[in-house]
Design a protein around this ligand. Structure first.
Ligand code: AMP
Length: 281
């Protein structure tokens, strides 16, 4: 596995892949890898000849410097995991390599980025699209894989890719969970043992919502059910609950008659966890 620190090294290596006639898949990450990330690697490997993973904790998508500083990192472990997973190239750039002249040029999906979770974390999705556009230009992949767990992020990236005509297929991948149902996240290690145990409430609330939808329900009843389930867990604070059309993220109301996306963000002692579910009547 090639380990590149600069864009120039990465471009040269990818040019070599291209010369050999190989297709290229990209998996962007912020490192501290878990089985969720590795499932994206497996999805890319199944679709392309060569897989490139990026590890970059992107400062422009963090609201607070403290959150950025506290983001867990373990480069040696990440490299070993990617090597074992059969990745061809990992790009681990410094901030100055990604933003050599600052971040004056931004990419923003103006509507999608500022609704729903974008309201809870102002500027977050602008940071995501800005860095992903740069990574797309550094690597030039045929496909790029993203997790459905970050549901709004996936829609934002699909929209940016279409609008800016990147010739890249965006592949959405299902959420990988811990044995107790908590969605895997690099942030989970920051939870206290008590909060970690309580965090199963996200999956519990979404599963109840899924069952209720199958039995027949309304958007309003779903919201009450989820908010009530979270409120019953004293360690949890509900930060965002959106019940939207699965395709365009438009707010919905009344009886649930088609596939609907629920996006949930819940805070435990300063750590924000997110989860999502598409529910179908
Ligand atoms: P992150 O390193 O958290 O920025 O995540 C990098 C990519 O991995 C994003 O596309 C995430 O949606 C995806 N991802 C994170 N957690 C999971 C998970 N539990 N299952 C599947 N994909 C995930």
């Amino acid at each position: 596995m090639l380990i590149c620190r600069t864009v120039a090294e990465c471009r040269a290596a990818v040019a070599g892949f291209r010369q050999a006639g190989d297709t290229v898949g990209l998996v962007p990450t912020m490192g501290y890898l878990h089985d969720g990330h590795l499932s994206l690697v497996a999805a890319a490997k199944a679709r392309t000849d060569r897989v490139v993973v990026t590890i970059f904790v992107n400062p422009t998508q963090f609201g607070e410097a403290a959150d950025l500083d506290a983001y867990p990192r373990d480069e040696a472990r990440d490299i070993a995991l990617l090597q074992a997973a059969g990745v061809d190239l990992v790009l681990i750039p410094e901030v100055a390599e990604v933003y050599p002249q600052g971040d004056e040029t931004i990419v923003e999906t103006t509507r999608l980025a500022n609704m729903l979770h974008g309201k809870v974390r102002p500027g977050h999705f602008r940071g995501v699209t800005t860095v992903v556009a740069r990574l797309f230009n550094f690597v030039g992949p045929d496909i790029a894989c993203f997790g459905e767990k970050d549901y709004q992020q996936l829609q934002v990236i699909r929209k940016m890719t279409r609008d800016l005509a990147f010739p890249i297929e965006i592949v959405g991948c299902p959420t990988v969970r811990e044995a107790d149902g908590l969605a895997m996240s690099s942030r989970n290690v920051r939870l206290t043992p008590e909060d970690r145990a309580a965090a199963v409430v996200l999956n519990k609330a979404l599963t109840l919502a899924e069952d209720a939808t199958r039995a027949g329900t309304t958007v309003e009843a779903l919201r009450d059910l989820i908010a009530g389930t979270i409120a019953a867990e004293p360690r949890a604070t509900l930060r965002g609950l959106d019940v939207v059309h699965a395709g365009d993220l438009a707010e919905v109301s009344g009886p649930v008659t088609e596939t609907t996306a629920i996006m949930l963000s819940v805070e435990f002692g300063g750590i924000l966890l997110i989860d999502q579910r598409e529910v179908t009547p």
